[in-house]
Design a protein around this ligand. Structure first.
Ligand SMILES: [Zn+2]
Length: 858
């Protein structure tokens, strides 16, 4: 094929040639005639194409906007690929056997030709409007959310009424007559971003995960070809969502519908950039084509009520509902990233029963899970259950804080916008990069450390930033975006461009984002290395920390913009405070240490109990136990103290010249009466504390340390809470039957306990959690929890099930007030809310949940 954009006539010639050459695979039908009299054609592609309409199908539309040439070009290249590989690639062959592709390479032939020949920036079709202006934006002429505009000359003028245009009527009639379509792609340019369909609300839909996953899986295909990753974005708040588009029309018919915005320019350099965009989309479309059957009536039904049953620091148990069937199993997917793929890379297990336990996880980490049912016989898979977000719990000595960027210290500073820079703070999106009007733009984000104790030791940290628009980043493979931690005293005025541009960075954080990875709609995160955590920790004493994000600082000749826009959360331009930059820190604090002396030291033998600590074997080979106990009430208040480490230190007074196999163990004893030799000897429950001393150690080391293992440490912690006395026995063991061998231990034995001050249990749950309506919003309110340890309340919304923990849904609120509004909630959709109260660890209370029912009056 030629290496330049093709004309519409050449396109038709190619399609009819394909039909003629591959009559069993390809069939061209005419679905309409344009204002200027051109044929609008649709290509059916399927093995045994006469049966195409009886199989599940994928719809592809291209170049509905005249100047967005790639949709047309990609369709033709894809058809070329399919005919050449139909009997080569077994996956493709299978898909072509079981499914169908309907392709309209160019839905706007008049506009396309006008754009090619006369005015490349043309967007609409070429109809003559009643007032003499030309053109209707076809992607505003569909019925769903249609808005009638006055200005007919506008680039987004949607026509007199829905489906007033031949092109939209043609595709509508076809789609209405083909309910076998399950997935639809509408190809546009530009932005390297997927826009899944929406219902004009900002709430999760049951099939929202399906759309995100389909896009993310296509991203994995792109990565293999060009390393590129597209954004996945459902768009701005409802008022700004586009109306009357084809995507929402297809979606209204139950079709998974996605707009793909390809490339960084409407009409990119064909050989330099367009070819790569096409090359990456071909395997992605092929993969998506393979999914078509999974959204048809042939596929198993979706798993229901997928949720978390329990979780701790290192494991999560997931449960769901599904009819018990021998021919069904489940695939479970997990990722720590937002909107990640669900494929071989992220499939962590399969299950036959309706639960799955995921172990060996990292503490205090966000995991995203989803699941699909698979039919063993057909191989067909169900749609995905809505993603469940889980944050694993904390280890005993850990705390975490999610710190949000503060308003006054967060904004962008432009080289040519010196006068306005101050006013950007807390209001405008974060622009980072360079363009002709603003010059170089840096962004700064500041975080207060008042919730972190001065003695914190940072164990891990992540920085999250939400990229909201990448349309201004117009150059492929140019520049990178770097996050760095600024030295606190290296700038004095945060809103001054030169000060920030020249501020000294302590170092970069994580990996820079390359231009190919600028993904709007997908949370970006930077993980701090061990060294970067230390640098962050040094800033705690300053009470706050400031990060700078900077991008490219020059533009190649002839280019005007390489600018990325991130959300600040605040102000009228953002997606709400949920989208603020976040610093997620897991830390511990320095341990306190206490040394306890034993209250009792004794030696228990068959004959007697004597003072002093000895252990070994008597003359008859009977065991002699050394016994010691400790009063744990010397430790601080158990409700606010957690034991992190423990060791028993004892010194031996004698040792032996002759070698033996005797080894000494310490056991934790839970007997009421340890004075009875037989009780001690015959007790069933024995708990080793996990460390042993060989006889050779008696000579080599001055003191013997018996370190408690996790189970023993946990038992000790429990005994402290229950106000019990710690009872230990030193027991000699031998496999050879030794006698007359006794070690005498010195009286200055001590128990060395390390602990931290940390609240053990959450504050009480709230009471009287209520829903009301106020100012056209859902209002949630509850009674205050009177407790000094209370740090705030956390409110979460979940559209599918009652939230089980604080990350299980969309965060609505976090703070000290006893009410909040859900700004974006729809009155028409059922949903659940939960409120959690939390302390400074934070420990979260059990959820208090309520269901919003659209039929009820509030
Ligand atoms: Zn477009």
């Amino acid at each position: 094929m030629k290496k330049q954009y093709i004309s519409y006539q050449e396109s038709l010639d190619f399609l009819y040639l394909m039909e003629k050459t591959y009559p069993n695979l390809i069939k061209i039908i005419k679905i309409g005639t344009t204002f200027e009299g051109r044929d609008i054609v649709l290509t059916k592609i399927s093995k045994n194409v006469e049966t195409a309409d009886s199989k599940p199908a994928m719809l592809y539309t291209g170049s509905v906007h005249a100047r967005e040439w790639i949709g047309h070009e990609l369709a033709l290249k894809f058809i070329d690929y399919v005919v050449k590989n139909q009997n080569v690639d077994p996956e493709l062959e299978k898909s072509l056997t079981q499914s169908t592709i309907y392709m309209v390479p160019c839905l706007n032939p008049d506009g396309y030709e006008y754009s090619r020949k006369h005015f490349s920036f043309w967007r609409k079709n070429r109809r003559k409007n009643h007032d003499g202006t030309i053109g209707v934006d076809l992607n505003r002429n569909f019925s769903i959310g249609f808005v009638k505009q006055k200005d007919t000359s506008s680039n987004v003028y949607g026509g007199e009424e829905p489906f007033s245009e031949a092109e939209t009527r043609a595709i509508k009639d076809f789609v209405d007559a083909h309910d076998n379509i399950t997935i639809a792609f509408d190809y546009h340019s530009q932005g390297n971003v997927f826009f899944p369909a929406h219902k004009f609300m900002h709430e999760s839909e049951e099939d929202g995960t399906d759309m995100n996953v389909l896009c993310a899986n296509m991203n994995d295909e792109f990565a293999k070809v060009t390393g590129r990753k597209y954004g996945i974005h459902r768009g701005k708040p409802p008022a700004h969502l586009i109306s009357g588009s084809g995507r929402e029309y297809y979606y209204s018919k139950g079709i998974i519908a996605i707009v793909v915005e390809v490339g960084t320019k409407n009409i990119p350099d064909y050989m330099k950039s367009m070819a790569g965009s096409i090359n990456e989309n071909i395997p992605a479309l092929k993969m998506a084509f393979g999914e078509v059957v999974n959204y048809s009536s042939l596929a198993p039904s979706r798993v229901e009520e997928f949720t978390i049953e329990s979780r701790d620091a290192t494991s999560v148990k997931l449960v769901w509902k599904y009819e018990k069937r021998d021919d069904i199993f489940f695939e479970i997917y997990r990722s720590t990233k937002d909107k990640d793929a669900c494929n071989e890379r992220t499939r962590i297990g399969i299950a036959g029963d309706n639960y799955f336990e995921n172990t060996d996880l990292a503490s205090s980490t966000n995991y995203h899970y989803t699941i699909r049912a698979v039919n063993k016989n057909s191989g067909y898979k169900s749609p995905f259950a809505p993603v469940v977000k889980v944050r694993t719990g904390l280890e005993d000595d850990e705390f975490f804080k999610l710190i949000f960027a503060n308003k006054s210290g967060t904004g962008y500073i432009g080289q040519y916008t010196q006068e306005q820079n101050r006013s950007h703070f807390g209001l405008n999106s974060l622009f980072v990069g360079i363009n002709k009007s603003k010059g170089i733009c840096n962004s700064v984000m500041s975080f207060d450390f008042d919730s972190i104790p001065k003695n914190a030791i940072i164990k891990s940290a992540r920085f999250y930033l939400y990229p909201m628009n990448r349309v201004g980043a117009k150059i492929e493979k140019f520049g990178q975006w770097n996050l760095s931690l600024l030295e606190a005293n290296s700038f004095s005025e945060i809103t001054d461009f030169d000060e920030i541009e020249n501020a000294k960075a302590k170092g970069g954080i994580g990996q820079a984002i390359k231009s190919s990875q600028l993904t709007q709609g997908i949370w970006n995160s930077w993980t701090f290395s061990r060294y970067e955590c230390e640098q962050l920790q040094e800033e705690i004493v300053n009470g706050s920390v400031t990060f700078r994000l900077d991008g490219p600082k020059t533009l190649p000749d002839g280019e005007d913009s390489q600018m990325m826009q991130f959300d600040i959360g605040y102000g009228q331009f953002g997606g709400g405070i949920h989208y603020r930059p976040i610093l997620d820190i897991k830390y511990t604090v320095e341990n306190e240490k206490i040394k306890l002396s034993p209250s009792t030291l004794s030696t228990i033998s068959v004959q007697s109990i004597t003072n002093g600590l000895k252990s070994g074997f008597d003359k008859e080979g009977n065991r002699i136990y050394g016994y010691l106990d400790f009063d744990l009430s010397q430790l601080p208040d158990p409700q606010n103290t957690i034991i992190t480490q423990c060791a028993l230190r004892i010194k031996n007074k004698n040792n032996f010249k002759k070698k033996s196999d005797v080894r000494y163990y310490v056991e934790l004893v839970e007997l009421d009466d340890v004075k009875s030799y037989n009780d001690l000897k015959n007790r069933e429950q024995i708990e080793y504390i996990g460390y042993e001393v060989a006889e050779s150690d008696l000579k080599l080391k001055e003191s013997q340390y018996f370190n408690f293992d996790t189970l023993a440490k946990n038992s000790l912690d429990m005994m402290h809470q229950e106000g019990k006395t710690l009872k230990l026995v030193i027991k000699a063991t031998s496999s050879l039957g030794i006698n007359n061998r006794i070690v005498e231990w010195s009286e200055d034995a001590e128990l060395i306990i390390k602990y931290i001050a940390k609240r053990r249990t959450p504050v009480a749950s709230v009471q009287n959690f209520k829903i009301s309506k106020e100012n056209k919003m859902i209002k949630l309110s509850w009674d205050k929890v009177e407790d000094e340890a209370l740090k705030g309340y956390y409110v979460v919304r979940n559209s599918f099930h009652p939230p089980h923990h604080f990350m299980d849904g969309v965060k609505i609120y976090g703070g000290k007030d006893s009410y909040t509004y859900d700004n974006f909630a729809s009155f028409d959709k059922e949903k659940y809310y939960a409120v959690f109260s939390y302390d400074d660890v934070p420990n979260f209370s059990a959820p208090v949940t309520t269901k919003y029912n659209p039929l009820e009056k509030y």
